[in-house]
Design a binder for this molecule. Structure first.
Ligand SMILES: [Cu+2]
Length: 395
């Protein structure tokens, strides 16, 4: 049980250094996350408090090391004087384990009640309820296991702390016990995986035929949103048709494309299924609608899709959240470049009449004037291509 000074110092110093490193790295990343929102003065203040805490930690580490060394020196002097040493460290460590257990569980409780409450409001889509239930059940099961195992871990460390005459109990094997701790977790995990798989197949099932179909294309750094117009059918598109005017390469020779329209805000009729077709023009983006628990990657050259049924109108959600300024939003969840945070589109869920009124105010994109502009853009693209070819033949 007698650990040399070097060993004792080494292990405790290592633990403290690790703690300091973790604290610094988490503080830095937190500081970086809050930086863009902070003003210059605020970030300066943040810098001062940050280094103040670093210094405080270093001081604490040194104080701990000094106390540790002094105690060891005292002990060694006693030993040299021929006095029998009572090793009190095991007792101290044992008590520390209980102390840390209480502190740790208290912190977990604080996180759950303080930051846990900062999550999203109730799901505003039908399938979101399924995902939320799945998440809550998983969190409950793993949470219970987490708390029980940690109580046992720390309590046993206290109860069976080192004692001079205590020897370890030799208990090499127990078939029954091993069977229990293999089969029970296997069943629990299998149930969790299967219910997750069931929810996934449910959520990703094909959209109902009557679904409103919307085209969402990500580009650096905006979302281009196309509605199908009155015929509820989107016109086809081809990447070769993309130019400055026809940003998503819609084929306006297709009769379904004639009444397609582009919008700056997404309006959705409540309780009607809506199917999103996702595309990207440049890099991978990710369409993220947190309040509807929907997220799907937008990959260049690989169309993806997702559908859901919104169940709560924006007005209702404003009442539920007690926030008159609440709005649903479409975000980009891939760090796709410097202005990634700019990729936001407001989503407004309304009743059928309000939706019809809104749609009536929208004009189809394709007009005679637009046709002319597209033709010009196509001509300039063709010309640029020709010039490039001509340049190549001269080389
Ligand atoms: Cu993006």
């Amino acid at each position: 049980m007698n650990i040399s000074i070097a060993q004792q110092l080494k292990s405790s110093t290592k633990a403290i250094l690790l703690f300091v490193l973790l604290t610094i790295s988490s503080t830095i990343s937190f500081a970086q996350a809050t930086m863009p929102a902070a003003t210059d003065v605020a970030s300066q203040e943040l810098g001062i408090t940050f280094w103040f805490y670093v210094l405080l930690l270093i001081a604490a580490v040194f104080a701990f090391a000094v106390i540790n060394k002094t105690l060891k020196v005292l002990e060694l002097t006693q030993e040299l004087n021929g006095k029998k040493i009572k090793n009190t460290y095991n007792k101290v460590n044992g008590v520390f384990f209980i102390f840390f257990l209480v502190l740790f569980l208290g912190y977990v409780y604080y996180e759950f009640t303080t930051h846990g409450r900062m999550g999203l409001p109730e799901s505003a889509s039908e399938h979101g309820v399924i995902t939320d239930n799945l998440f809550n059940i998983t969190a409950l099961i793993t949470g219970i296991v987490f708390i029980i195992t940690h109580i046992l871990l720390f309590y046993f460390s206290f109860k069976y702390k080192g004692k001079e005459k205590r020897t370890a109990f030799f208990y090499p094997h127990n078939d029954k016990l091993e069977l229990y701790w293999t089969i029970i977790p296997a069943i629990v995990l299998a149930v969790m995986v299967l219910s997750g798989w069931k929810a996934w197949t449910n959520i990703t099932a094909p959209a109902p035929k009557e679904a409103l179909t919307i085209d969402v294309t990500g580009k650096q750094f905006a979302w281009i949103v196309r509605y199908p117009g009155n015929d509820n059918t989107l016109g086809s598109r081809a990447f070769k048709l993309v130019n400055d005017v026809n940003e998503t390469g819609v084929d306006f020779n297709d009769k379904n494309a004639k009444d397609d329209l582009f919008v700056n805000e997404i309006y959705l009729p409540v309780n009607r299924p809506v199917k999103f077709n996702f595309n990207a023009r440049d890099v991978i983006h990710s369409a993220y609608m947190p309040h509807f628990r929907a997220q799907m990657n937008c990959v260049p050259g690989m169309p993806t899709t997702f559908w859901f049924r919104p169940t709560i109108t924006t007005e209702q959600m404003r009442l539920k959240t007690n926030d008159p300024k609440f709005d649903y939003v479409l975000l980009c969840a891939k760090v796709c470049g410097s202005a990634h945070y700019n990729m936001q589109v407001k989503i407004v869920v309304v009743n059928d009449t309000e939706y019809a009124t809104w749609l009536a105010t929208k004009k189809p994109f394709y007009t005679e004037e637009m046709a002319k502009q597209i033709q010009e853009a196509e001509a300039s693209v063709a010309k640029a291509k020709e010039e490039k070819l001509a340049l190549n033949t001269h080389e």
